[in-house]
Design a protein around this ligand. Sequence first.
Ligand code: GLU
Length: 467
Amino acid sequence: MTTKIRTRFAPSPTGFIHLGNIRSALYPWAYARANGGDFILRIEDTDLERSTQAAVDVIIEGMRWLGLDYDEGPFYQMQRMDRYKSVLAELQAAGQVYPCYMSVAELDALRERQMAAKEKPRYDGTWRPAPGKTLPVVPAGVQPVLRFKNPHGGAVAWDDKVKGRIEISNDELDDLVIARPDGTPTYNFCVVVDDIDMAITHVIRGDDHVNNTPRQINIFRALGKEPPVYAHLPTVLNEQGEKMSKRNGAKPVTQYAEEGYLPDAMVNYLARLGWSHGDDEIFSRAQFLQWFNLDHLGKSAAQFDEAKLRWVNAQHLKAMEGGALAPLVAALLQRRGITADERLPRICALFKDRCETTVALADWAAAFYADVAPAEADVAQHVTNAVRPALLALREKLASVAWDKASIAAAIKEVLATHGLKMPQLAMPVRVLVMGAAHTPSVDAVLELAGRDLVLARLQAPQGFGL
Ligand code: GLU
């Protein structure tokens, strides 16, 4: 029987989750989904000073928006303290943990001596019990920390799915503090207890945790468990080549929803930010899940590129039917106080090719429902004295033609012929007056969708246009 794959995303809610962080959710989610496994959300909120509910909300909202659904959780580490303490008691009973009374001043002095001797600063095992060893006298009134007895000798090794084999000599690792003087367990211990209790088979996380891994593996073994498979993902850099972080301008994930990005495009873009399937750049969520495995994760840092994200979004937008885009655009219009109607799917279908985001699409759609304000420069350039008589003639014709694309096109053609004009000379001012922009999709299709009343009203002599 093969074990069911179980992965997790374990964010610390200490800042608003950005694209670099959420990629660490996408890959374990995809790996679970691609293999019929389970995906678990665990909130690592033990840093009480820095954790906030608002940050948790952005994590949950961002995952919901991107469709990264989880099978279990969210579990909160702060709610599992009793469990950690009971596992800690087991470890202590098994003699794997010992109290250490070394004061902060003593630790500092030790570090200074080691640095002066050009040694790596590390705890020297003063309080570690050993057969035949006499421990120092326990100082009165001092609450000890608990340290984990890291194995002596040998090495910890694992085959990282991204970085290959990593081997760390146990002599490099000192005895980790796993409980504070007040008895609360520390981070590396909680993670291991959680990964055991949640039966995690694959830990896919940022490579800022590589240094924790050998320590965590040793704790796994002390608890009689084998560690999961690890995949440590390289950092995501921002456009300036620095590690992406909210401190240097990274946006919360949910802001991309506001800016008109599509969840599937976002998943596509994030997937490619550190993973590849041949030369494929644009793919659906289903294709991604079909292709995703841990063997094609990139080894070097990936760099965020907003222009590429926009391009990926535009490709997804183009591939969608007007009917699928309409509800997204309707919601955006609603926020501007505009209620759309049954024309919206056709408006979306007509304009989607020239838009990178749904917000841009909503900008176009708004012109069909609310007043437009053509730029003065466009009016001056296109609505010239030379073309005014033709505009008036067109308006007259449009007042009575059958309202369909072919009849509108025929009316335009007739006016061009009688006034000796070329198509752009008439189409551009019509667009400027009706849509507020000189460049739109084919003018007959736009006018048809705009409807006779609106077209006649906008071609009507508005103040200043002099028609
Ligand atoms: N809470 C850690 C972080 O947000 C992740 C720990 C883990 O995935 O093991 O960086």
